[in-house]
Design a protein around this ligand. Structure first.
Ligand code: FAD
Length: 366
């Protein structure tokens, strides 16, 4: 049996821990916080391959979506996964042209992308959305979902613990020392963990962990603002992407609101109060599209940090010259976590490298 320490218990680390434990490894996951409290609980959490290019990155994300089905089959149920589908539209001519091209490209790549009219959407799917006219064309992606990150983390860690995994929370990793005969992971309180391998799943903290093994993992983190609003139950059932705001359900009687055009305005702030001008702007945009949001209470804001490697795709796998050290660091880990957790497990335990990871090998960063 091989022993592995996983650093970080978000989407990436939890999925990795679960898969390693399922495969019979002796696994310990360490997190300086509570599991899931990193970016994983501050994400729009849309499971998709919709806007992923180039083709090889699309393929990775599409496989990521399918891995969620596999996980659900294995568990028999996936209460963390909300298979709602996603609606996308715009009133702007240039953006509409881009949307048409995207739908065409996705269809040609075997992705489920369809067109509906606004009238069909209002009559059959979402009665509360206001469109500019009944004949407006709305792109519909039925196979996309949103995911409850904290629920995913709880469920997979519970199962991993049943399989023998150890979860150590509130323990910061301060040193990682790889050697030919195994890796030593040192914690802030002085404890040391010895294992055959270590997996860096530290999200936005992954560059610091990489630095501990003498490696540079360049990250380009960006902050994103999410706003949780209390609404009447039944206000919205699906993920929606309008021209200037994105909204999805977030549990009974709540929606989560986000738009990437607001994110640069908060810069590196990690705490944005509910009465901040950026929240008011998101509310104004949401109300135009979904008037039922008018006057509703903002329950909380969340700021997440996207753990983008510098070239904005994933960093996966072992690194030459650093024995026993592996990385699973990526944006879109909500989509990719279960897939990458399985692939890194196969790499560590069976020396098997799936060709789908080839363009995204951690080894490209030196
Ligand atoms: C606004 C926003 C919207 C997003 N939307 C989507 C989306 O729609 N779809 C999608 O797929 N993805 C989306 N993402 C990205 C996705 O949320 C992230 O890729 C994912 O949550 C990262 O998971 P992770 O496990 O890698 O990192 P995290 O969840 O951050 O977990 C890393 C863990 O490592 C721990 N850690 C760090 N350093 C140490 C240390 N030294 N010692 C011990 N523990 C440590 C942290 O405490 C943390 O718990 C979005 C992100 C943001 C911010």
């Amino acid at each position: 049996m091989r022993s592995v320490v996983v650093i970080g218990a978000g989407m990436a680390g939890t999925a990795t821990t679960f898969r390693l434990a399922s495969a019979g490894a002796s696994v310990t996951v360490v997190d300086r916080d509570e599991p899931g409290n990193g970016t994983t609980s501050k994400s729009f959490a849309w499971v998709n391959a919709n806007q992923k290019t180039p083709r090889d990155y699309f393929d990775l994300n599409f496989a990521g979506m399918k891995e969620h089905d596999r996980l659900e089959d294995e568990f028999g149920t996936a209460p963390w996964l909300h298979r709602t589908g996603n609606l996308d539209w715009t009133g702007d001519a240039v953006r509409y042209d881009k949307l048409c091209r995207r739908v065409e490209r996705l269809q040609s790549w075997g992705y489920n992308a369809q067109w509906l009219t606004a009238q069909e959407v209002n009559q059959e799917l979402e009665p509360n959305i206001v469109f500019s006219g009944p004949t407006m064309r709305i792109a519909w992606f039925p196979d996309e979902s949103w995911l409850d990150g904290p629920e995913f983390v709880r469920s997979l860690l519970d199962r991993a613990i049943q399989l023998g995994a150890t979860v150590r929370t509130g323990q910061e990793v301060v040193a990682v020392e790889p050697a030919e005969d195994g890796v030593t992971v040192r914690l802030r309180d002085g404890q040391e963990l010895k294992a055959d391998a270590v997996v860096n799943c530290a999200g936005p903290g992954a560059d610091r962990i990489a630095g501990m093994v003498g490696r540079t993992l360049p990250l380009d983190p960006t902050n994103g603002l999410l706003m949780r609003v209390e609404v009447e139950p039944g206000t919205l059932s699906r993920i929606i992407h309008g021209s200037d705001v994105n909204i999805r359900p977030d549990g009974d009687g709540h929606v989560l609101i986000h738009h990437e055009s607001i994110d640069p305005l908060i810069r590196d702030r990690t705490d944005v109060p509910v009465d901040d001008e950026n929240c008011r702007e998101l509310c104004r945009r949401a109300k135009r599209m979904l008037p039922s949001v008018t006057g509703k209470r903002i329950v909380e804001t969340r700021v997440g940090i996207r753990p983008y490697p510098a070239d904005h795709v994933s960093s996966i796998g072992g690194v030459s010259g650093i024995p026993g050290y592996y990385e699973v660091v990526t944006h879109s880990a909500v989509t990719l976590g279960p897939l990458l957790g399985r692939l890194i497990t196969e790499e560590i335990l069976e020396d098997k490298i799936d060709p789908i990871t080839q363009p995204f090998r951690a080894d490209r960063f030196r």
